[in-house]
Design a protein around this ligand. Structure first.
Ligand SMILES: [Zn+2]
Length: 285
């Protein structure tokens, strides 16, 4: 996340010109637009604070500001290159350009005894695809935000861990990068909701095992995987810090741990960013 000078690429310049035309037609353009000197890793969140913010936009989507800032989630698999952030403040359209860096996360090799969860059978593949469909429908919710940042730690004592983003080889075969943070803990350790919210999925899933998904509004969803037991069902309103299940090693896991994941407006982001102070979140001036 070292700031580096911003550079234009030719295709982006063309895109930028088209966006400019669109904005001219839609709203007065802030003449103070400028390239912002910020580079971030994929899988991060960028905060752009400001006064009298009205709306925030990225990639054709629009949402409301939160806690005096626009928050932009950049997906773990976002291409490297320039990204335009947009917002409206005091009736004026504003834009900022950031750069998404190369993929920075390390490679991790994992050996699993149960090969049936690496080389998935045709029958299991049907199950996996149907689960992926269910899960994929959870990200775009427009409920009012009922969370507070930083999020509450999902374990009473959060050990060092994470390995967010690591490129994974399971039994020697490349698989999707790790889109959450792993925290080792003894089987049965209580797992708590990171914020107030509503349970939107609670089930035994093929890869993530006993899993709970909680919608906190404003497109923020947290996930708790590989539990031994789940204590909440779909539709249940939970409080920040409420016990929702217990640590286990269900699904595809090598030992007892909590896999804690965060999606914000669909983007896979490093949960540890939202567990830390807002001041530590990459921020535009
Ligand atoms: Zn994990």
């Amino acid at each position: 996340m070292t700031p580096r000078p911003f550079r234009f690429s030719a295709p982006f310049a063309a895109y930028f010109a088209i966006c400019l035309l669109a904005l001219v037609a839609a709203a007065p353009v802030d003449s103070s637009d400028e390239a912002r000197d910020i580079e971030v890793a994929p899988g991060t969140v960028v905060r752009w604070p400001g006064d009298s913010l009205e709306s925030c936009r990225l990639g054709g989507r629009e949402w409301a500001p939160y806690a005096g800032a626009c928050w932009y989630a950049i997906d773990l698999l976002h291409d490297r290159g320039a990204v335009e952030l947009a917002r409206t403040a005091k009736g004026r359209a504003e834009r900022a350009l950031i750069t998404v860096s190369d993929y920075i996360y390390p490679v991790q090799h994992i050996t699993l005894q149960d090969d049936s969860r690496v080389n998935v059978s045709d029958v299991d593949l049907v199950r996996v695809r149907s689960e992926q469909k269910r899960v994929g429908s959870l990200w775009w919710t427009d409920a009012e935000p009922i969370f507070e940042l930083p999020l509450a730690p999902p374990l009473e004592e959060l050990p060092a861990g994470g390995r967010f983003g690591s490129r994974r080889f399971l039994n020697g075969q490349p698989r999707s990068p790790h889109s959450g943070a792993d925290f080792a803990a003894p089987e049965g350790t209580p797992v708590m909701s990171a914020a107030g919210g509503r349970v939107v999925l609670s089930d035994d899933l093929f890869f993530s095992g006993e899993s709970v998904f909680i919608d906190h509004g404003a497109g923020l969803v947290t996930m708790y995987f590989h539990l031994s037991t789940r204590r909440v069902e779909v539709g249940r309103q939970v409080d920040r810090g409420e016990v929702i299940g217990r640590v286990g090693q269900s699904g595809r896991a090598t030992g007892p741990h909590l896999h804690f994941g965060v999606r914000w407006r669909g983007a896979r982001v490093d949960p540890e960013i939202l567990l830390g102070p807002a001041a530590a979140v990459p921020s535009l001036r």
